[in-house]
Structure formats: C-alpha cells, structure tokens
Design a protein around this ligand. Structure first.
Ligand SMILES: [Zn+2]
Length: 56
C-alpha cells in the first residue's frame, strides 16, 4: 500500500502496519489516492530505469 505524508508530502510503499513517515517521522499520513499511487509507481519506474543506465 502506498501512503502520502501530510507533513512533508513524502510517498512511500509499505506492506502491513505503518506508524510513522520514514522521512520526517510524522504520524500524520494517509493512504495515497489512485492518482498519487500511479504517479508514485511511474516515478519508481523512472528511477529504476536511471539506476540501470548508471550501472550499465
Ligand atoms: Zn513525512
């Protein structure tokens, strides 16, 4: 499940219970919307692509 932190806008993917934002430590986060999740997954794909290019 993807979450968005309300405080720092950090998005993170976690399975199971999440207590704090891994970035700022805030407990003030919510599940990401469908649109946000799509954006997050697109970003992850782009990031993986770039790391592959870097190592190649
Ligand atoms: Zn945060």
């Amino acid at each position: 499940m993807v979450y968005t932190c309300k405080k720092c806008k950090f998005m993170f993917d976690r399975v199971g219970l999440v207590e704090r934002c891994p970035d700022c430590g805030s407990e003030n986060f919510r599940p990401a919307s469908k649109e946000e999740k799509a954006e997050f997954e697109g970003y992850q794909k782009e990031f993986n692509k770039k790391s592959e290019n870097r190592t190649a």
